[in-house]
Design a protein around this ligand. Structure first.
Ligand SMILES: NC(=O)C1=CN([C@@H]2O[C@H](COP(=O)(O)OP(=O)(O)OC[C@H]3O[C@@H](n4cnc5c(N)ncnc54)[C@H](OP(=O)(O)O)[C@@H]3O)[C@@H](O)[C@H]2O)C=CC1
Ligand SMILES: O=C(O)[C@@H]1CCC=N1
Length: 262
């Protein structure tokens, strides 16, 4: 299979290319790459990839095409992909808009954790996508982590808001936590290590057992100690409302982008 990646040197496109090559899912000769800034002598340690001249050249050389450009760059691509499977990573560019390229459309929502091969990248397939196409999508996405198929396209906007945000909310928490420590006179490196202990250490404890989060919170509350006092104060200050506001705003932005394409 020849895979064309439009946006091959971007944040996600580059992570996909790196994962496909390092996991041996595709060989360098299977990759047809395109970006805006031009060919590079080395692509993740490989020189023997193919750089397309333009979008039409990439389509001519590819069986499957990944579109990983910013949403606002989609109209300018003028992609014509009749008979091809087209896998879009773009937020807020819906299937009705993508259908203009005449390909078989799948939308996936990876995140920045693709950089370390641990993205959760759910996908949704439009009409006309075959079982073989779905297998291809699962194989490609396995290069950057895990996936599930979604039943409706509207859920892509929700996934854009949550897993799509990658490390953003953990980073937001870490910055607030380290800031509190610094404000209390803790030196910079120890402030960051304290925040890392809570954000990363806590996440590692929950890894693979996230559904146990409510029970873990109950255990802290039953303890009736300092953490219980902190949890109560966080809730009273609107912690849940802040998360809901963030995810609603991001979902709404994705919906607005789809309703008014660039
Ligand atoms: N980053 C994220 O965390 C997430 C991103 N997404 C979606 O993934 C898509 C890609 O995002 P991201 O990787 O962050 O974006 P980047 O800005 O990092 O990369 C965009 C890529 O597109 C290339 N490009 C831009 N215009 C053209 C063009 N006309 N022809 C060919 N290539 C072009 C750029 O080339 P060059 O390198 O030369 O500039 C670059 O390689 C977006 O649509 C975004 O909504 C979805 C979930 C999470
Ligand atoms: O912030 C963004 O727009 C990108 C796309 C979806 C998630 N991150």
């Amino acid at each position: 299979m020849k895979l064309g990646i439009i946006g091959a040197t971007g944040w996600l496109g580059s992570a996909l290319g790196a994962g496909l090559l390092s996991r041996g899912i595709l060989q360098p000769g299977d990759l047809v790459l395109l970006n805006r800034s031009g060919p590079r002598p080395d692509y993740h340690g490989h020189a023997d990839v193919t750089w397309a001249r333009d979008v039409a050249d990439l389509v001519a050389q590819s069986d499957v095409i990944v579109v990983s450009v910013r949403p606002e760059d989609w109209p300018g691509l003028d992609l014509r992909a009749e008979g091809r499977l087209v896998l879009s990573f773009m937020a807020g560019v819906d299937a009705a808009t993508l259908a203009g390229c005449s390909g078989r459309i799948v939308r996936a929502m990876p995140n920045a954790v693709a950089e370390i091969g641990a993205s959760y990248s759910p996908f949704w397939a439009a009409g006309g996508v075959t079982e073989a196409d779905r297998d291809t999508v699962r194989r490609l996405l396995s290069a950057i982590g895990t996936t599930d198929e979604l039943r409706t396209e509207t859920q892509i906007d929700l996934m854009t808001a949550l897993p799509g945000s990658g490390a953003a909310y953990p980073a937001l928490m870490a910055v607030a936590m380290a800031g509190f420590m610094r404000a209390q006179g803790v030196c910079e490196p120890i402030a960051w290590r304290a925040a890392e202990a809570a954000v990363i250490g806590g996440a590692r404890l929950l890894e693979g057992r996230i559904t146990e989060a409510p029970a873990l919170l109950a255990a802290y509350r039953d303890y009736r100690g300092t953490t219980a006092a902190g949890l109560d104060a966080a809730e009273a200050a609107g912690f849940d409302r802040a998360i809901e506001a963030a995810l609603s705003a991001a979902t709404e932005k994705a919906r607005r982008m789809a309703a008014s394409p660039a």
